[in-house]
Design a protein around this ligand. Structure first.
Ligand SMILES: [Zn+2]
Length: 224
């Protein structure tokens, strides 16, 4: 990838093969760089002074392209979830009584257990940091935060529903003449890590997040 966030097109006009990405003609002169509205930048404008949406125009064919690889298009790209780890947190329990006191043979009848839960996502914006540049992280507003959270949800979960039903089948054999309380401890599985994301202004940031991604039963058998 070209340095300085330059687009591949821009790079190819300033280094070998020095060609226009559109008409393929050789460009050996300085190219015209303009603002998105077409206003040309002065010749000696430094890269750091260009808008993210700056355009480069070919002196031969007059066609143009983005100076930067990630021009401000309002798009948010999830680059990956890093430093991922999982933890389990207790979320209550349900008791299921299995009575086999009146029988002389072991009882083994698998039964279904289910529990409702709500998917949650916590994004720690205040702990976010920039990784692409030395610039300070700024989330550039509630709209960006909302979009990032939407993209994160889409990559964590397959459906949109926040309310979920966890279901499982439990088989707890009960010996003859015994009664058993099957205690189903529900464990909420949390995924934690850093979301690596490219923000609309081209900044690459790492944002710590925590999300409830599943609910699993943990079985305890209690006599009586
Ligand atoms: Zn051209």
């Amino acid at each position: 990838m070209p340095p300085f966030g330059m687009s591949a097109e821009t790079w190819a006009t300033q280094h070998p093969p020095y060609r226009c990405p559109m008409c393929r003609k050789m460009i050996l002169t300085k190219v015209l760089i303009s603002k998105p509205d077409g206003t040309p930048y002065p010749w000696f404008t430094r890269r750091s002074q260009l808008d993210r949406q700056a355009r480069v125009t070919c002196p031969h064919c007059g066609q143009s392209w983005n100076y930067f690889a990630y021009a401000d298009t309002g798009e948010i790209t999830i680059l990956g979830l890093v430093n991922t780890r999982r933890t389990a947190a207790p979320l209550g329990f349900d008791d299921h009584v299995r009575d086999n006191r009146s029988s002389g043979i072991p009882m083994s009848a698998p039964f279904k257990v289910s529990h409702r839960w709500v998917r949650k996502l916590e994004v720690q914006w205040e702990a976010a940091k920039t990784v692409s540049t030395a610039s300070r992280f700024s989330s550039s507003g509630a709209e960006v935060e909302r979009k990032v959270e939407q993209s994160l949800k889409a990559s964590l979960w397959k459906s949109e529903e926040s309310e979920q039903l966890a279901e499982d089948t439990v088989d707890a054999p009960v010996p003859p003449h015994r009664r058993l309380t099957v205690r189903v401890h529900w464990k909420e599985i949390w995924q934690e890590g850093d979301l690596r994301v490219r923000l609309p202004d081209g900044t690459v940031a790492e944002i710590p997040y925590r999300a409830a991604v599943g609910l699993v039963p943990d079985i305890e058998n209690i006599e009586g």
